[in-house]
Structures are given as C-alpha cells and as structure tokens.
Design a protein around this ligand. Structure first.
Ligand SMILES: [Zn+2]
Length: 475
C-alpha cells in the first residue's frame, strides 16, 4: 500500500515537472511579442504634418495605376534574357528581395502587405487556418475608397475577405496538378482589368510555377514554358494603350528550392527578384541591389499616398522613389523614419531610444531636412544643396535600417533562460527516497541531446514547421 502511494506520488511528480518544464520551454521558444501590439496601437497612424515648425504636405499618389504581378515561387535566377525576354529587357530596375522564413505563401503575403515578420508563435497559431489581418496596405486603400482588384491564389481572399473592390480567387490552389487552368483565369481577369482601368491597385497572383516545382521539380522543362507564359502576361501590361502612368512590380512570394519545394531558408528559397516597370524610367537598370520583402509595404504606402501600416518595420526602397520630387522624396524618408522611431520607443522605451545612436542620426537628418526645405519654400530651388540632400537622405536610411534590424531581431528572439530551465524540468527524474518520499534528481543526459535538438530548431526554426505548414497552409 505504502509502495503504491509512493509510486502514485512519483508519477504525479513526474507529470507536474514535465508540464511545468513544457510551459517554461514554450514561453522561451515563443516569446510573447503580442504584449507590445496593444501598446503599438497607441502609435499615431496619421502621417506627420510638421517638421521643426515647418508645415509638411504628404505627397499625392506617384502613379495612377499600380500592378503587383506576383508569381508564386519565382526565384531570383528564374527571369533571364532567354526565359523572360520582355520582362528582362524592359525592367527599369532589377532588384533582389530577401524573404524571411518560413518561405510559404501566407506569411509572405502578410509581410508584403503589412511590412512585418511572422514570429514563431504567429506561425504556430496559424497552422491550419489563416488569420485575417487588421491593418495593411489594402485596409488603408479601402479607407480611402480606392479601387483594388485581385485575381489568383485564394490565400489573399482569406487574409482580406472584404478589402478588395473586385476579386477573382482561384479555388483550385490546392490542386497541385493544375499548371495552367488557374493561371489562364488570372490572365483573363488581367485583360478585362486592363480595359476597365478604374483601379489604383491590381494584384495578380499566378500559382502554376509553384505547382510545377512541387510536382516536377525546378529542372522541369515546364518551368521554362511557364516563365514564357508569365513573360507574355507582363508584355500585355507594358504594351497596353491605357496606361500612361503606371508602376508594375514583378516579384515572387518566395523562391523554389533545388528539387522544387519551399519552406526553408536556402538562398534559392529566400531570394526573389523585384523587377520594376514604369513608362518613363530614365535610368537603365544597374546591378542587383538587395532589400527585404518587408520593405515593400512602407515603400508602396508612400507611393500610393496612404498611411504606413502600423505593424510595418520595413525601410524604404530608394530605387522605387525615383519618380518623386526632392521634397516628396525627403518627406517619404522622414515619414518612415518617424514611424520606425515611434515603434522603437514603444518596444525599447523612450529613455533607451533617446540614448541611442539612431536617435542622434534622426536628429541630424531632420535638421538637415529642415535646412533643405527652407530655400525650396522660398521658391529658390536652385539653392538646394546636394550635400545637404545626400547627408539627410543617408542619415534617414541609416537610422531606418538600424531600427528595422533591431525590431526584426526582437520579433524572432528566443528566451534561452526559459528554454534551458524548461528542458531541465522536462527531463529531470524524481528519485524515490528510502522513506518513500520523492526528491528531484539530476536532469538526464537526454536534456543535453534535447537542448542540442531544440537549439538546431531555434537556429533555423524550420524543420518542424516546414512540412506541416506547407501541407496545411500554403502550397
Ligand atoms: Zn508551394
């Protein structure tokens, strides 16, 4: 009887230790970054209207029409002079975007439209269902009654159930054997939207390339055939008579691994092209500069003349601001820097921000910006100093990159203290004392192996989500 009781106590103790350990591990592995999101709602969303006492005017939309031409799994080396001759030759800029893990569709669309990363709790909570977003470029456009049309992958319709003016989602996104039918429907919508020409933003999301990758791999001859089809669709836009003032962005949501899948963090999966097209691009494309996918949201926000989404932690892409006047370009840099600084204040505290280098850069940039504006406001643009302009711009870019990096790190940070403590408890073995009492023994050797395993998991975050996420959430 006595022995039975002590066995019960032993089992209960084991269970309690395991549960406590598991909870501590989860707290460490999924840091609750949502705690900040409530405070983040206190960040003013309005665009700034003054700078050191000078009145500022947010710029109007930079183009009449924007087209986001998204090819699922379009990796960086896919477009070339032979595979996509028109798209390659006529691009004003050929840039590269770095995509964060997990390289699957839903979190990538979230990054493109909100400018933020998916942290691990975010991903874990979203396995099996798609959350609806509360703030994004599309919400901001809807608030201003701008027409937004969409055709393609149904993931968009789940993320934005009521934000599109018109939408034609494919309901066959999970039929991985469909290489052509869904894409043909997207192109049909493209053709009718080009005729209508009443929209501010048209989003096209082609899925066929991704499906070919999954079924036949990246070496399949069908890949080249599909790229040619995409090239013809791009040409339809570029040659259309209705568009004197447009910006087209050709990009991928994520890349494609050697072998055809995606979800991990190899360069083939994390690097995608960003080709830009507009009617009057003066400069030929030079080199391939690399930016982050999260940079698209704030850059498009300033070009579309809407507020930067509140969650955005991206920087501006300078090559996309070339159509702006000097005054509007400086406004864009100031606005995004101001937005990021407010986010840093919420995340790290006012005092820490005030003592940081990036705050000094912010002060320098805004003072130079003010100096730059004075002659412009006096009607003497000729007095504008190139040195002032370059210095202000460099300071804005530097501080934005610094804050963006710090905020990105804070989103994917693990609390190693909790992880180690949790692992120790889950692998600790209670010891039965001589008198039947239960004591806690040393963690077993398994803890070390476990720690190593979890460490590997934490390093890349992908092995455990790669398969499930891809299967459940996004093809
Ligand atoms: Zn896929």
């Amino acid at each position: 009887m006595e022995h039975h009781k002590s066995r019960m106590g032993y089992t209960l103790c084991m269970l309690t230790l395991f549960m406590c350990g598991a909870v501590l591990f989860l707290i460490g592995f999924f840091p609750a970054s949502y705690s900040a999101s409530e405070e983040e709602k206190s960040i003013p969303n309005d665009r700034p209207t003054t700078l050191h006492g000078i009145k500022l005017e947010p710029p109007p939309p930079s183009y009449d029409s924007f087209i986001l031409f998204l090819v699922d799994a379009l990796r960086e080396d896919f477009p070339s002079a032979t595979s996509m001759p028109v798209a390659f030759a006529r691009a004003c800029e050929k840039l590269t975007l770095h995509v964060d893990i997990p390289t699957v569709t839903m979190p990538r669309l979230k990054s493109i439209t909100t400018g933020t990363l998916s942290n691990f709790i975010d991903i874990a909570l979203n396995v099996g269902h798609t959350e609806q977003l509360e703030d994004s470029l599309l919400h901001r456009l809807k608030q201003r009654n701008r027409v937004v049309s969409f055709a393609g992958d149904h993931t968009w319709a789940n993320l934005f159930p009521s934000e599109f003016t018109r939408r034609a989602e494919n309901n066959d996104s999970f039929f991985v054997n469909d290489f052509y039918e869904g894409d043909r429907n997207v192109t049909k919508v493209l053709e009718s939207e080009l005729e209508m020409n009443d929209w501010s933003l048209l989003i096209l999301h082609y899925l066929g390339l991704d499906h070919i990758g999954h079924v036949e791999g990246n070496e399949s001859p069908k890949v080249q055939h599909k790229l040619k089809e995409m090239d013809e669709s791009v040409q339809k836009i570029l040659d259309h008579r209705n568009f004197p003032n447009y910006l087209v962005l050709l990009t991928g949501d994520h890349g494609m691994a050697d072998g055809g899948g995606h979800g991990g963090n190899t360069p083939a999966e994390t690097l995608v092209p960003l080709y830009l097209y507009s009617k009057n691009c003066s400069k030929p494309s030079s080199g391939s500069k690399r930016y982050n996918q999260i940079d698209l949201a704030p850059t498009l926000a300033v070009l579309l003349s809407v507020e930067i989404p509140s969650l955005s932690i991206g920087c501006l892409i300078p090559e996309m601001l070339q159509s702006l006047s000097l005054e509007h370009e400086m406004y864009a840099y100031f606005y995004n820097a101001h937005h990021l600084l407010n986010k840093a204040r919420v995340k790290f505290g006012h005092e820490k921000v005030r003592r940081s280098d990036y705050y000094t850069w912010y002060q320098n940039a805004t003072l130079l910006h003010r100096q730059l504006l004075l002659p412009l406001r006096d009607g003497d643009g000729s007095g504008t100093s190139q040195v002032l302009y370059q210095n202000a711009k460099l300071n804005y870019i530097r501080l934005s990159r610094e804050i963006s990096g710090l905020l990105s790190e804070s989103l994917v940070k693990f609390d190693y203290g909790f992880i180690v403590l949790g692992l120790s408890l889950t692998t600790a073995r209670p010891v039965l004392g001589h008198n039947g009492s239960v004591k806690i023994g040393q963690p077993q050797g398994g803890a070390i192996a476990g720690l190593y395993g979890y460490g590997c998991c934490a390093q890349c975050g992908q092995p455990y989500i790669r398969y499930n996420l891809h299967k459940l959430n996004a093809l």
